[in-house]
Design a protein around this ligand. Structure first.
Ligand SMILES: NC(=O)c1ccc[n+]([C@@H]2O[C@H](COP(=O)([O-])OP(=O)(O)OC[C@H]3O[C@@H](n4cnc5c(N)ncnc54)[C@H](OP(=O)(O)O)[C@@H]3O)[C@@H](O)[C@H]2O)c1
Length: 277
């Protein structure tokens, strides 16, 4: 699995599994555990979750799935903005670690901007890193103004900005990508398939997929993966789609494909608000 290097030197795989909406229904628990185990068996080692997902339920699914297999995995979790105070972050992290039955998180992020002063949040994140409970910290859903509010001493240490990014939603390309790329901060593209919306039925995407003998989902993911310092975390509940999505790593789009995709899904050409799901 290819990886990107975070500003502090740790490496993160470029492909992971999202877990939003897992851990919400008890009758799905065993299926979700099996799915995560299948993903790990296929080499998908990055698991993206959050305390919000299933109110901790998704982290519990991960805990059950990885039981005894922590080594070699890359665990990403996020805390609520209302837990972003110094003590709030510390306590939220302990709860996440307990639910995932592990003793450190690779990348821990503020889920979206809130009202707690960021000095407090980053002091706590730094203390967690110094204490070994997290390896890196980052943010999610941060637009340029939000990024610039991160205290200067922490800006260069941000491990990631996890953002809503796919072919149909390129708002991040207005200023945010450049700010992150200039500092070597990876972008983690969430909802990379636009939540299986009409994007996957787009005729241009379909033609390009047919030409490469791959699927529309694989083209959508390959389009993101071709960009430097970019990670994707598609979610699926179906094992055959794990393999399909992972196959995007083998798809190389040529200049003609990229030009057609740019024409069908143009990048923003004026100030644009960062999208959010
Ligand atoms: N930071 C944030 O605020 C934030 C917000 C949203 C999401 N996220 C993270 O990003 C992850 C991914 O985003 P997402 O779950 O919103 O959306 P997504 O990954 O773009 O799309 C997931 C949907 O696509 C379907 N799907 C997956 N692979 C497919 C394929 N090959 N062909 C057709 N359909 C396919 C899935 O259905 P099946 O299950 O039936 O395959 C599911 O309905 C989340 O799970 C979460 O971890 C973060």
């Amino acid at each position: 699995m290819q990886s990107v290097t975070l500003p502090q030197g740790n490496r993160m795989p470029v492909f992971g599994l999202g877990t939003w909406r897992m851990g919400e229904h008890g009758d799905q628990f065993d299926h979700e555990v099996e799915l995560i185990r299948a993903a790990i068996d296929m080499g998908i080692t990055l698991l993206d979750t959050a305390e919000m997902y299933g109110e901790g339920g998704a982290e519990e699914v991960i805990g059950a799935a990885i039981d005894g297999r922590r080594e070699g995995l890359y665990l990403v979790s996020k805390f609520f903005p209302h837990n972003a105070s110094r003590n709030g972050v510390m306590e939220a992290c302990d709860r996440s670690l307990r639910r995932m039955q592990c003793d450190y998180i690779d990348l821990y992020m503020l889920h979206w901007p809130g009202s707690v002063p960021l000095e407090q949040t980053f002091e706590a994140l730094q203390a967690l890193r110094d204490g070994g409970k997290i390896r890196d910290y980052g943010v999610s859903n941060f637009n340029l103004a939000d990024l610039e509010k991160v205290p200067t001493e922490y800006q260069a240490q941000l491990g990631c900005n996890q953002v809503f990014y796919n072919l149909a939603h390129r708002e991040v390309e207005w200023e945010v990508s450049a700010w992150c790329q200039q500092r070597g901060i990876p972008l983690m593209a969430y909802s990379p398939l636009d939540q299986a919306s009409k994007l996957l039925h787009d005729p241009v995407l379909g033609e390009i997929a047919a030409r490469h003998e791959v699927t529309a989902a694989q083209v959508a993911l390959a389009w993101l993966l071709r960009q430097p310092n970019t990670v994707v975390i598609p979610k699926t509940t179906q094992q055959h789609r794990l393999r399909e999505n992972l196959g995007a790593l083998e798809v190389t789009l040529d200049d003609d494909d990229l030009a057609r995709l740019d024409a069908a899904f143009p990048p923003p050409d004026a100030p644009t608000r960062l999208g959010m799901r």
